[in-house]
Design a protein around this ligand. Structure first.
Ligand code: ACO
Length: 139
């Protein structure tokens, strides 16, 4: 199955998939700001001393397409892009403590480490695992 780069026309479909699959949802402004080119000035511009890093808000795959390797493939492609375009040193993300599929995807398949347990991170009071993936720097 091929994966192509998202365009602005995909935003409604992406938001619908998110609404179907996850309790946390995001406005169009959120998706738009996060799809701007790397050199576009942002409100949340990191300080110059901060190493560039990636953050995965969420991946969601519609039920009929699960367990086909899509999330794994999508994450690997975005990991490559984070290094190639942003020279990212690491990626961070949060996963619900009860989300066995996502924990297995990130920890067991993709090699993320759990570095923190964040109590009542989600609006409904569920705890989150803070996960991190460190890119190996050449040399
Ligand atoms: N149970 C256990 N492990 C699973 C499951 C599952 N139901 N689904 C995926 N995995 C793990 C397995 O290790 C799997 O490898 P394997 O198939 O060789 O055993 C590995 O993840 C890769 O599986 P993919 O087929 O690439 O995963 P898929 O495309 O089905 O997507 C996802 C996984 C995104 C978690 C999907 O189940 C989903 O959309 N869930 C609802 C939304 C969600 O919870 N997203 C995560 C939010 S948190 C975040 O992204 C930071």
């Amino acid at each position: 199955m091929d994966i192509r780069q998202a365009t602005i026309d995909d935003l409604i479909g992406m938001q619908n998939a998110n609404l179907l699959n996850l309790p946390e949802n995001y406005t169009f402004k959120y998706f738009h700001v996060h799809s701007l080119p790397a050199d576009y000035p942002r409100e949340d511009e990191p300080s110059p001393n901060t190493e560039p890093s990636g953050h995965v808000t969420s991946i969601s795959v519609l039920r009929p397409y699960r367990r086909l390797g899509l999330a794994n493939k999508l994450m690997k492609q975005s990991q490559e892009a984070m290094v190639a375009h942003y020279n990212a040193s690491h990626i961070t993300l949060h996963v619900r403590k009860s989300n066995r599929a996502a924990i297995s995807l990130y920890r067991d398949t993709l090699g993320f480490e759990v570095h923190a347990m964040e109590k009542a991170y989600y609006a409904d009071g569920e705890d989150a695992y803070g996960m991190r993936y460190l890119f190996k720097k050449p040399g």
